[in-house]
Design a protein around this ligand. Sequence first.
Ligand code: SF4
Length: 203
Amino acid sequence: MATELTKPGNLRIGVFVCECGLNIAGTVDCAAVSEYARTLDDVTAVVQNKYTCADPGQNEIKKAIAEHNLNRVVVASCTPKIHEPTFRQCVADAGLNPYLFEMVNIREHCSWVHQNEKEKATEKAKDLVRAGVARARMLEAQTEAEVPITKAALIVGGGVAGIQAALDLADGGHQVYLVEKEPTIGGIMAALDKTYPTMDCSI
Ligand code: SF4
């Protein structure tokens, strides 16, 4: 259900563009991306940082949330796999629901893969920021809940992927049920005579 904050006119989005030293700024024109972000609807504050995940960068986010009464935050930096939890905690510390945060990857998706095409990398970064802001407009505050689970997994298929998944889950302390329709496990792999590069027997 839509909250009051999602109504047009109530959105106050902050965009934080990270340079990551030269990791991003060496290829992407961060100033141009920041300027572009300022032109987007509902964007109330734009801040460019050298290292957004470092304490000074996080403090800039907290400061902007307070000063501009931001109710959405977009960070344009690196993969969310590393720092999404960092920034969720950062916005939560500033009093914002951590799920009103959106992350855009202008490092792995722009500067790192388009190092020889600076203008195109910058244009792509603008597009990603615009998309991130669009997603941020749709965000709703979420609450986390803990629910009881059965610590067991059913894996259908005893090929290489199924076997590896079973081993990984078992290593993680889960009961595993591996189901295979054939009389033996190993799948296609088990039918191979040798495998590259060792040319060993496949099983
Ligand atoms: S937030 Fe990501 S891109 Fe920015 S400085 Fe930290 S590691 Fe680099």
